[in-house]
Design a protein. Structure first.
Length: 466
């Protein structure tokens, strides 16, 4: 049995690309890191990296562009054609842009449907993907810190998808601003914080200015305002202080900063250090996948289902083959016995041959266990749950059936029972004639209390024609 490949994530910054894997303690550990330009030009990776599945590539926010369009169509093929046509006309230098995008549909202003498209817009992003593909570790998905925050804010911010939301992530030497419109990422900014020698007033004055500038940019892009402002900082006084400066409420995110799955590592871009293992491994992230790879992943469950059905058919055919072989062997033994018998009158020999052929014919006419059970199951309505099903072929083939009928009242029960009996009569050639309602033993069970829904149990037997 082949071992499942280990899973890793990769993080690209402006100068570095890093490969990390979950350790035994559930946290990520760095396997290796390379200068970005040197990695793009060549170089080898450790064996454990090259033999892993690159589940996620996190790239800087500015590597991904986005656009909003009023769009009423719902058909995926129409949406894809519209997006790819737009990308080809507006990004002519990015010849592969039509293979590296994703989209979301949401209700914009006045509840009109909006199409949100995001795509790779930096040439270095395409170079990095091709380099990873050449090494056999193409990332299944690509996302950014802003999109990781989008998934987290949707969990903690009430009304996130219905309003404008801003997030202030205050770090040691940098502050990251993220802004979202109707639940979709709009833009982000990085602010380099000055070294004030312990006097934080200059830092907060700078943040006040930059955040107000961001509000102005937000209103230009969306023709609306930021409704809610959240903050994540190690200093519990940061949110109240900005509330006073901005003249509006700044809500501190609940609880302390989330434990980082990418902690205390100077190589990790500072905007990524806050995210936990659960954040980067969640499946509901907005992310970009290479279009041909996305199609392959979409059809993979169907392929596995086809393989499973094929193996099941092989098993059934093997059982059928064994059964036919046993019948053939029995016939061969009887013919050998006839040949080894002493000389008998011709009429006696013909009589023995006739008896042997009758026995073989009767054996072949016995109903197949698998086929009989399958026909019985296919006859069951959705409201019938089988308790016991047995087939006795030692003499006259006899099928015994016990089941529960889920019905709210007697009339519904009768309709379900009649439908069941009609299906059985259609599928089986019954020796005693059609199965009728009076041939069915009906019992009624009730749970404790009269308010419980009654449980109808049915038992009956079928004599099948051989």
């Amino acid at each position: 049995m082949s071992r499942r490949k280990p899973t890793l994530i990769s993080i690209a910054g402006e100068e570095t690309v890093i490969f990390r894997m979950r350790a035994e303690d559930g946290r990520f550990q760095t396997l290796c890191s390379h200068p970005l330009e040197a990695f793009l030009e060549g170089g080898e990776l450790p064996k454990v990296v090259s033999q892993s599945v690159n589940r996620l590539l996190v790239v800087p926010d500015y590597w991904v562009g986005s656009r909003f369009d009023a769009f009423q169509a719902r058909k995926k093929s129409v949406i894809a054609a519209f997006i790819e046509r737009k990308l080809k006309s507006e990004q002519p230098t990015l010849t592969e842009a039509a293979d590296f995008y994703n989209y979301a549909i949401f209700d914009g202003q006045d509840h009109r449907r909006q199409l949100y498209t995001f795509y790779l817009q930096e040439a270095v992003a395409y170079r990095l993907y091709r380099r990873l593909a050449a090494l056999g570790i193409s990332p299944l998905r690509m996302t950014t810190p802003a999109l990781l925050w989008q998934a987290k804010l949707a969990d903690v911010a009430d009304g996130f998808s219905r309003q404008g939301v801003g997030l202030i992530h205050l770090g040691e030497g940098d502050c990251f601003l993220y802004f979202y419109f109707k639940g979709q990422f709009l833009f982000s900014r990085t602010i380099q914080l000055p070294d004030t020698g312990g006097d934080a007033s200059q830092v907060y004055d700078l943040l006040n200015f930059e955040i107000n500038q961001s509000f102005y940019l937000y209103s230009q892009k969306t023709k609306s305002t930021v409704d809610a402002l959240f903050m994540l900082a190690s200093d519990p006084a940061a949110a109240p202080r900005l509330t006073e400066l901005l003249g509006r409420e700044v809500t501190e995110l609940p609880g302390p900063p989330l434990p980082s799955g990418i902690p205390e590592d100077g190589m990790i871009p500072p905007e990524c250090r806050i995210f936990s293992v659960a954040d980067v491994m969640r499946t509901d992230l907005l992310a970009i996948s290479y279009k041909p790879l996305k199609k392959e992943m979409y059809w993979r469950p169907v392929q596995w289902a086809g393989i499973a059905v094929g193996l099941l058919l092989v098993a059934f055919l093997a059982v059928e083959s064994a059964y036919l072989y046993s019948l053939s062997a029995s016939a061969d033994r009887q013919m050998v016995a006839l040949k080894s018998a002493g000389a008998e009158p011709p009429e006696r020999v013909l009589q023995n041959v006739s008896l042997a052929l009758d026995e073989i014919s009767q054996a072949l006419q016995q109903p197949s266990g698998g086929g009989t059970v399958m026909r019985a199951l296919m006859a069951m309505p959705d409201a019938v749950t089988m308790d016991k099903l047995s087939l006795d072929v030692s003499g006259t083939p006899h099928l015994t059936f016990s089941a529960v009928v889920h019905a709210d009242n007697p009339d519904t029960f009768k309709k379900i029972l009649r439908a069941f009996l009609e299906r059985l009569n259609d599928r089986f050639d019954l020796k005693t004639g059609a199965l009728l309602e009076q041939d069915v033993r009906i019992s009624l069970d009730r749970g404790e209390g009269h308010e419980k829904t009654p449980v109808y149990r049915i038992d009956f037997g079928l004599e099948l024609s051989s």
